[in-house]
Design a protein around this ligand. Sequence first.
Ligand code: SF4
Length: 249
Amino acid sequence: MKLASKTSQKVAFGRPTLKTTAHAQQRIPTREGQPPLDEYYNSLFTTFGPQHWWPGESQFEVIVGAILTQNTSWANVAQAVENLRGQHLLSPAAMEQVPLGRLEELIRPSGYFRQKARKLKAFCEFLRAEYRGSLKRMFGTPTISLRGKLLDVFGIGPETADSILLYAGEHPVFVVDAYTKRMLERHGWAGEKAKYEDVRWMVERQFPGDAERFNELHALIVKTGKHFCRSREPLCGECPLGRYLEEGR
Ligand code: SF4
């Protein structure tokens, strides 16, 4: 499957621009004009191993998590999901029927709970109206078509749509998040103002693969971001990707 893509000049392809680090002696030449994502992937996988994403006991729970995780930490999401589980609301039909105010209270730990309750309701309504409430039917829809439909649902933006497609539906799309953009930007592969679709397209083009590979790559990048590629003072000297910087920070 190949997703629709577009060429953009907003993604800067070129040589890394960071300064020299201890990893400079182990420098690995990069393919001109392309991020060596296969090599990044292999280094990260060797270091961290499989990440077993995404946590969730059902497809619907993964979807709920993908919506609730917007602008908050996973610990807060987990609390909200447990509240829903305790009330037997982790099914589309049950969630659509529960009063909005009750839903808001249950997901309060995830923050922005009023908006998120409306988003969850909107997804459930969409699922019923378009697919008679069947996730199997929904995920049987071709990726490009389903992605477009999801993006039309209230509260579902590109990152959430791709998380639903990849982690709940095993559709082969790459999820771009802040960690991905930061890493690619620091390695000189994405411009500071690169847009979501540009970065997604670049990764899918340079790292062709199936859902399993996209799943693992994204999870490994998040792991790297949390442990090494922090927004301030990244630990390039200890990072498995440090040797890929032509010049270090
Ligand atoms: S911390 Fe790792 S991923 Fe981030 S810029 Fe440094 S080497 Fe690259």
